[in-house]
Write a protein that binds this ligand. Structure first.
Ligand code: CA2
Length: 153
């Protein structure tokens, strides 16, 4: 592991509205609040925290993480359920990927019960509101540490 590891936390469409609308589903924390929680949970690792409403921009950032990050946390939002482009970009990574959701999509509408992104994720944290991100950050950094201690041959 580098002395100051870098963790990417990427957020998909409409998550910029967090805390502003639908607090009964997604809670009252804003995306800035979530970023602060991630930075605290990262315990000294550098967190690159970004949100985009555009699929291609998320693909570009995932590709960037290949060389810049030790691990990646992603809440792909609605793209979880639709995007083969995100899946392909994530499958090209060798760093650990953790999928993260505020709500529990498995307990919601049928169309949210399938995630393409899950096919490329080491694990999924969902249903705990902003706390999902703290758990996901910890899990991603732990996986990165484990892999650097015994790299795959
Ligand atoms: O629970 C999650 O984190 C989701 O990824 C959120 C997505 C949804 O499409 C996924 O099924 C589950 C929606 C993000 C939209 O976020 C908003 C936040 C506040 C107000 C409106 C939308």
């Amino acid at each position: 592991m580098p002395e100051t590891p870098v963790l990417y936390v990427l957020n998909g469409p409409n998550l910029n509205l967090l805390g502003v609308r639908e607090p009964h589903i997604y809670g009252r924390d804003t995306l800035a609040d979530v970023q602060a929680l991630c930075e605290t949970a990262a315990e000294g690792a550098t967190v690159v925290f970004r949100q985009s409403n555009h699929e291609g921009e998320l693909v570009d950032w995932i590709q960037e993480a290949r060389t810049e990050a030790v691990a990646l946390v992603i809440n792909p939002a609605a793209y979880s359920h639709t995007s083969i482009a995100l899946l392909d970009a994530l499958k090209a990574l060798t760093i650990p990927v953790v999928e993260c959701h505020l709500s529990n999509p498995g307990a919601r509408e049928e169309f949210r019960r399938h995630s393409y992104v899950s096919l490329a994720a080491a694990g999924i944290v969902s249903g705990f509101g902003a706390h999902s991100y703290e758990l996901a950050v910890k899990a991603a950094l732990r996986l990165a540490r484990e892999r650097s201690a015994s790299p795959a041959r």
